[in-house]
Design a protein around this ligand. Structure first.
Ligand SMILES: Cc1ncc(COP(=O)(O)O)c(C=O)c1O
Length: 408
């Protein structure tokens, strides 16, 4: 008897089959594989700091490792002392006073986003998603049964959406506004007055806000970080904050993030996590505890390096004909428009979209960048500048030489 699949049987559920691979991780994996094969690839794909985790955080983890009680489960929602430290850190950094019972410790910011949407969305609920958006949000919303509704902002407004655009996207089914500042992939930072106006608009219409603050400490020049529930207290009962240690403390591999929200939402999300993954690794939680309760000196040092690289990459990208890169004010990404280059001849090919252009760039000069399609806006490339200064200059230098060959 053959074990062939009956023609009507669906092997992978429609819900999960509809999810696409994370484009940013795919680019990074391809670049890493080429590098492992000995190719001199320069990767602008991954959103991870190139610095090691600061020593005092690693020391705390090593110590925790030797302690047998840390070889056990913790409460599903996280170590009580870590939740208390996250509450204290939130007051210190955002001026937002919360209780430890409003915190759920998760396996990174990604799981925080997934669980937060799962806890507040019912099938058909709409979430307004400003685009360019980080590639994970729409998939997370869909997995939770929600419907992402994109509102696109381009380089002419510094990639910031306006209240008029948000109002035009609002329907009877709108439940949540997603607010991310500083933004991945654009590096846009909303000035306080704009953020406050958006928060007040959400309150006026009874909307929830999910705000992702993971880049809170990475702002440059005159830009400042604004936490929505801190400046619009009326929002607090319908506001969910996502954050984590990955970007601030160069801890992407430790997998610690958190959700802050009203107690009923946190309780529901904790119940969900208790069945999905139980708790975050005990040793990672100990490392996160050292991170959030320590000083911000290491972050300041990394910020100085990122700022230097930011200025270099923006200058070098804008030197290329057909490339326009507004100055990002936060995070560690440049998001240039390359629309003028599309459809033109380059080394015998005519890339019609940015997926094709990114593939050509990787093939021809071994530089990995992420196409704008991954962020809902074809016609752009995302370059992370969280890589060493020399690599950055070499990589953008290769791009400059290659793109100088573009012909009509
Ligand atoms: C905007 C944003 N939020 C959340 C995350 C998730 O970070 P992690 O899951 O590594 O904590 C990322 C990572 O790239 C991000 O860019």
């Amino acid at each position: 008897m053959s074990a062939a699949t009956p023609p009507t049987e669906r092997r992978v559920s429609a819900r999960v089959a509809a999810i696409s691979e994370s484009a940013t991780l795919a680019v990074d994996a391809k670049a890493k594989a080429l590098k492992a094969a000995g190719r001199p690839v320069i990767g602008f794909g991954a959103g991870e700091p190139d610095f090691p985790t600061p020593g005092y955080i690693v020391d705390a983890a090593v110590e925790a490792c030797r302690e047998p009680r840390n070889h056990r489960y913790t409460p599903a929602g996280g170590l009580p002392e870590l939740k208390a430290a996250i509450a204290a850190k939130t007051l210190r950094d955002s001026g937002y006073e919360i209780d430890a019972s409003q915190v759920l410790v998760t396996n990174g910011g990604k799981q925080a986003i997934y669980e937060a949407f799962a806890a507040i969305l019912d099938p058909g609920d709409e979430v307004i998603v400003p685009a360019p958006y980080w590639t994970t949000y729409p998939e997370s919303i869909r997995l939770a049964g929600g419907v992402p509704v994109e509102v696109v902002a381009d380089e002419t407004t510094g990639y910031r959406v306006t209240l008029e655009q948000l109002e035009a996207a609002r329907t009877e089914r709108t439940k949540v506004l997603l607010f991310v500042s500083p933004s991945n992939p654009t590096g846009a930072v909303y000035p306080e007055a704009e953020a406050e106006a958006i928060g007040r608009w959400a309150v006026e219409h009874g909307l929830w806000v999910l705000t992702d603050e993971i880049y809170e400490h990475l702002v440059y020049g005159d830009a400042t970080f604004t936490s929505l529930p801190a400046i619009v207290p009326e929002l607090r009962d319908r506001c969910v904050v996502v954050n984590g240690v990955a970007k601030t403390y160069a801890m992407t591999g430790w997998r610690v993030g958190w959700v802050i929200g009203p107690k009923d939402v946190i309780k529901a999300a904790t119940n969900l996590q208790s069945h999905a993954t139980s708790n975050v690794g005990n040793v990672s939680q100990a490392a996160a505890l050292a991170a959030v309760s320590g000083s911000l000196d290491a972050v300041a040092e990394m910020r100085t390096a990122f700022d230097r690289r930011r200025r270099t990459i923006v200058r070098m990208l804008n030197e290329i004909d057909g490339v326009f890169c507004p100055e990002p004010e936060g995070a560690f990404y440049a998001y240039p428009s390359v629309k003028e280059l599309l459809g033109k001849e380059l080394r015998g090919r005519r890339p019609a979209d940015t997926v094709e252009l990114a593939a050509l760039i990787l093939d021809e000069v071994e530089v990995a960048v992420v196409p704008g399609e991954a962020f809902g806006t074809p016609g752009y490339l995302r370059l992370s500048y969280a890589l060493g200064d020399e690599d950055l200059i070499e990589g953008v230098g290769r791009l400059q030489k290659l793109l100088a060959e573009v012909k009509d």
